[in-house]
Design a binder for this molecule. Sequence first.
Ligand code: ARG
Ligand code: ZN
Length: 863
Amino acid sequence: MRTETPQPIRLSDYRPFPFEIETTQLSFQLAPSATRVTATLKVRRTGAAGEALALNGERLALKSIAIDGQALSANQYALDDERLVIAEVPDAFELTTQVEIDPSANKALMGLYMSGGRFCTQCEAEGFRTITFFPDRPDVLSRYTVRIEADATFEHLLSNGNLMEAGELEGGRHYAVWNDPFPKPAYLFALVAGRLDVLEDSFVTMSGRTVALKVFVDPGQASRAAYALDALKRSMKWDEEAFGREYDLDLFMIVAVRDFNFGAMENKGLNIFNSSLLLAEPETATDFDYERIESVVAHEYFHNWTGNRITCRDWFQLCLKEGLTVFRDQSFSADMRGAAVQRIKDVKALRARQFAEDAGPLAHAVRPSSYLKIDNFYTATIYEKGAEIIRMLKTILGADAFRAGLDLYFERHDGEATTVEAFIACFAEASGRDLTSFFAWYEQAGTPAVSLTHAYDAAAQALSITLTQKTAPTSGQPVKKALPIPVTIGLLAQDGRPLRDSEVVLLEGESLTVRWEGVAEAPVISALRGFSAPVTLTTDARSADAYVLFAADPDLFNRWEAGQGLARGLILARAAGTPDEVGEERYAQALGQALDDPAADPAFKALLLALPTEGDLALAVEPADPAAIHEARGALRARIAVHLGEQLARIHGAMQGDGEFSPDAASAGRRALRNACVDLLSADPHADNVQRIVGHFEAAAALTDAMGGLSALLAVGGEPCETALAAFHAKWRHEPLVLDKWFSVQARDPSDNALKRVLALTEHADFDAGNPNRFRALVQGFASANPARFHDASGAGYRFLADQILAVDGFNPMTAARLVEPLGGWRRYVPALGDLMRRELERVQAAPGLSKNVLELATRALE
Ligand code: ARG
Ligand code: ZN
């Protein structure tokens, strides 16, 4: 039962920790249900004399406590559920504590827990305090030595840094001692113990040092780690070339675990990954998985400089490491896989997750100013919008000044825990520019709406462009400032010839008019090229202009964007009861022409074929009616499928792989296009198309094709669909990662049978709410990726989600909290739905024994 209202933590309350922990010695006696942790901290006072030593500690059974070898008596310290406070301590001393913990009972998967019979840890953000008493805050950096002792059946004993010593002990036990020479905050601590297979390699750094690379996985799975290892080597090389960053230890390890709350974790020298983001073989991983593995391996590796060598002063600065590291991994992926396609995918993800967040009550600044649980702020805003801010900085300053600023940051702050202010100051100094107004991007929530109008004066050959911005209020921020917004603009002629190259126009203040001379003919304006800022753009362009861009914009992002804009307009018109049939035919025809362009990359064409998602469309109208959107989108899909049927079938045949699987971008692009064709053909399910889809599914050698076929069969429904689902389950029921996909594809069932199917799946023998991957595949898959069925008029979808939140909150609050967001948008929906959503949120909020995590989000969602 909650007894008091939890108090928020505020940025403005930041105070440095009044002690320094020079060294931290940890000794683990591992046993699944009773692990002993002895910690010896070398402490020195840095703050005012007389200040008490307060350490975090939760769910720890204290066994002994001593200062400089002298046991403390019970009246010398105070202990509650969250803290250990020793009122009087010397100025320099050694504190030794011993605690007992129960990893096998840890189903929250934070701190030390068991997964697949192995010990593993997750400490970011505040998990370390469930392992031992410690100042668990990112600005306390310490040098760690870790001794691990366990039964020899826990074959590998791993921690951060370098292996110093290892050996056998009596009674079938063994030990290992690790030392990490780099001072680090507690959230980067890691420990793994258990039976694992290892895939090894090495990397020679730019200064000629050899680094041993080891990837540890479940026994028998080593071959599945080859792609991740290859991605790691490419990341290491790329970071040297692109940013001059070299790896600093002689050993780099990655471990895959099956039960993990998020994607992966950048622990110093010992990254821990969700196995879904590490293991890949053609039959068990899709191209999207390969792509994600490549980018997440890079992301965690890049954290070694942006996060580990330079970390955050406090958790309000989370974007300092996350936004910057996402920017770095996106740049890496762009170099590996092609800039335009990568940019389109990144923007799709930004819109789907961050724009939705910004549009609802959970909107928050990239650097928030208060929180209840920091875990709730590992959001798309902090990660993805954080990355967009860095990208804008680069656009505004230019590549050279940007690099100079980043070099200065690495030089000045290496070894520190610092702030966003200190980061931006480096760029201001290196470029000589005043970035004061730019800082508002970190502090202001909400997506700016930019509008563009133009006037062309043929006689003067002059074009004037007016840009205006406005950001709607968000909760807690009623008044918004104007932000500096870089808008990249180029011009085309009406026949598609390029008229004028891209130029960055910086919109500062509410409105700006630029006048361009020497524009010889009435142009088509291509604005916000490459999505130069995270804003929504409306323009006074006619749809004829959008068709010019769709056919010919040399900026491929905007070419794609023009098609999306046209489709969005057509779907929304239909959803509003005013279909534009002529426009729809014209669109289908233009799409057909784009598909025939021999110069265009198949991966790009696949993106052209995907209509804006239902979620994306729901953001464009208020109030949103998911059923109307679903129907209208389906109608446009059907029209395209009918209009382009032969062409889609022809392309589907032509993109057939020629034997050997390769995960490279070109091969993946061909598969993406094949599967995009199959997806559209399912919207016109006549016998030939159904046969083609069934054939596609049955002949699939790679999982990408199998999943593409299965998903299309769900759209078709009926007997072919059920047969395929059963066959897929029979084939893969012993492969957890593949089985996750069997659950998630059914969660996205577009038919009105979806909720029944999902409910039945929660009773399935293979469903396991304790495993975050399995749970999210089904529940998140339904709530986030199946809007039409989640928003069922009866409210049954909402009830299902609320029930799941409450069930999982009992043991894994972090995973439960992530499910609140789909209900958070209740104000944007038609009142009949919005009311039902709100009621479920209220039910969640009122539930007894709710975690702080869920309480914070449910409360904010209702504000
Ligand atoms: N730092 C990790 C990463 O992005 C994620 C840690 C997630 N932790 C959390 N409490 N949500 O690479
Ligand atoms: Zn990260």
